[in-house]
Write a protein that binds this ligand. Structure first.
Ligand code: SF4
Length: 116
C-alpha cells in the first residue's frame, strides 16, 4: 500500500501490505499520511491569494513532490507545476457554472481563503 498511486516508486510513501491485519491502521499511523492530511492550500507558495485554492488545493500532490525535487518537507508547500492549466480551467469553468446558479460564486466569495 502506498499513500498515492502516482508515488509507488517512492519508498517514502510505502505504508505496508494490504494483507496486513489492520490496513487502516497503516494509513492512520503513517507520519507521511498525517503530514499530507495536514496540508492546507493557503500554505502553498504561490496559492495564497488564489480564489480557487479550496477547489484546486495546489493541484495533485505527486506533481508537487517531484517539483520539489523529492524534498518531502518542501513539497508540502509546493504548488503543482500545472498551475497555469488549473487556473485557466477554473477561470473558465466557474463562470459557466454561475450561469446555472449564482450560489457557486457566492460560495467562492464567502470562502475564508478568498482575497477580495
Ligand atoms: S490554480 Fe494555481 S495558484 Fe490557484 S490553487 Fe491551484 S495551483 Fe494554486
Amino acid at each position: 500500500m502506498y499513500a498515492c498511486q502516482d508515488l509507488i516508486k517512492e519508498p517514502l510513501f510505502k505504508l505496508g501490505s494490504a494483507d496486513d491485519d489492520n490496513p487502516q491502521g497503516l494509513v492512520d499511523g503513517s507520519e507521511v499520511v498525517q503530514r499530507l492530511r495536514a496540508r492546507r492550500p493557503g500554505e502553498n507558495s504561490g496559492c495564497e491569494e488564489c480564489n480557487y485554492q479550496m477547489f484546486c488545493q495546489g493541484g495533485c500532490y505527486s506533481t508537487s513532490y517531484y517539483a520539489a525535487a523529492k524534498q518531502f518537507d518542501a513539497s508540502l508547500s509546493t504548488r503543482t507545476p500545472h498551475c497555469e492549466f488549473y487556473y485557466s480551467s477554473f477561470s473558465r469553468l466557474f463562470p459557466l457554472l454561475a450561469e446555472e446558479g449564482a450560489s457557486m460564486l457566492e460560495y467562492i466569495e464567502s470562502s475564508p481563503y478568498t482575497v477580495n
